[in-house]
Each structure stands twice: as C-alpha cells, then as structure tokens.
Design a protein around this ligand. Sequence first.
Ligand SMILES: Nc1nc2c(ncn2[C@@H]2O[C@H](COP(=O)(O)OP(=O)(O)O)[C@@H](O)[C@H]2O)c(=O)[nH]1
Ligand SMILES: [Mg+2]
Length: 244
Amino acid sequence: MKGREVYSGLRVFPPFAVRIDGRRFRRILSSLDFEKPYDERFARAMADSTVLFFNESGLNPLFAFLFSDEINLFFYEIPFNERIEKINSIIPGFLSSALTIKLNLEKPVAFDSRIITLGKENIYDYLLWRQAETWRNHINLCGFYTLLEDGMSENEAAKYLKKKKASQIHELVFRHGINLAATPAWQRCGILVYRKTYVKTGYNPVTKTAVETTRTKIVQDWDTPIFKTGEGRKLVEKLLSMKR
Ligand SMILES: Nc1nc2c(ncn2[C@@H]2O[C@H](COP(=O)(O)OP(=O)(O)O)[C@@H](O)[C@H]2O)c(=O)[nH]1
Ligand SMILES: [Mg+2]
C-alpha cells in the first residue's frame, strides 16, 4: 500500500513561505464575543502562538509576518527532507494547538496552509503584497463598521463599499472622526515576529571578570513600518540577512 502515498514525494526547495489562515474565523471569533473589527486579545494570541512556534516547534523560520487570521512564515531551511505533506500538516497543526492554548478555547480550531516558493529576492515583494492586503482589509473594515454605526445593515454596507475606491472610503471614515493614518500600526501594517540578538553581560566567578555573551530572543514588533518606505525596506533586508 505504500505506493498509494502518491503525494509523499512532493518537495519544495527553499527559500519559501508558508501562509496559514484560520478556518471560519469570522464565525468562530464572533461567537466567542471578540471585539469587532479588531480585538487586541486575539492579535496578541496569534503573535504569542507564533513566538511559541519559534521557541518550541524545533523548526527555524527566518521571521514571520501576521495580520488578521493569517500568519506568514519564511524559511531558508526546513527538516523533513523538504516534504510538502510534512510542512503543510505540522505547521498548521502546531499553530492550531498553540492558539487553542493561548486563547484557552474549548472547541478546536484549524488553519489551512499553503507553500509559496520564493527566491530570496522575492520575499520583499511577497511582503509588499501581504502588507497591501493588510491595509486594504483595514480600510474596508473601518468603512464597514462606520456604515453599520450609521444605521446600514451588513448587506447594505458590503454592497455600498464594493463600489467605492480606497480614497472614498478613507474620506467616509474621516468624516466620522477616524483618521486612517492614525489608527494603531498593528492594524494597518501587521505584526512582525523575529529573532533578535543581544549581548548579555554576566559574571565569571572563577576568573572574577565580567563576560559578554551573545544571546537571541524572539521579539514581536507591533510597530511594523510600511515595507514600501526606505525604513521598511531596510528592516526587511536586515531580517533576510540575519544569522540564526
Ligand atoms: N471579531 C474579530 N474578528 C476577526 C479579528 N481578526 C480577524 N477576524 C475575522 O477573521 C476573518 C478573516 O477573514 P477570512 O479568512 O477571509 O474569513 P474566514 O473564512 O471566516 O476565516 C475576518 O473576516 C474577521 O471576521 C478580530 O480581531 N476580531
Ligand atoms: Mg480565515
């Protein structure tokens, strides 16, 4: 029967990204009374689950970018002989479990998972794309909830927004007192999770001298720059060239 494992030979050559997306999270988060459209507790649990992945999964992503119910993980290397079946099952499996723990959920949740093959030089463009989606999503959500507050039904609001350009939605929410340039950065630009090196000064009791050691820790950046800007590009380049 081994021959029937027809997909087991599929492999991916690094670098690549894995994007996982929560299944039916709209309904699930709403039934759990998470704040709409943004609940910081949910975003924190997603980011904390990602940190847990870096620390506990035994896999070695370069960094991660997340927003809403999706997490993008970037890899230069992967164990399991680069087998797609392993990558696309273990990663969403681990993160579903991590999120269940972090949110103390009573019902199971799932993520779907896909692999995006990228050259090192494509990772920046991929990030531009996902961050553009973050921004588009942000504008639409702010527009949608502004219209609901104005008395429209969900259907009416969705229909109304379909015909509007981003700049028109911008104006609409501005008239209602929301400045989209001043909403929290994590909602507009997403969240980064990466490994940071730092120098720790310790004390060697034998030689009675101070010793400096280089350590790494996983950090969350909730103040992600716009990747399109010089500052953003520089940060991405730094992340791409980080030693692990
Ligand atoms: N209440 C709430 N919902 C969120 C939050 N972040 C993401 N979501 C939901 O997650 C959905 C993600 O979109 P999508 O993957 O297309 O929908 P899904 O098929 O229901 O998972 C959004 O439409 C939101 O409804 C949040 O912070 N609070
Ligand atoms: Mg989803």
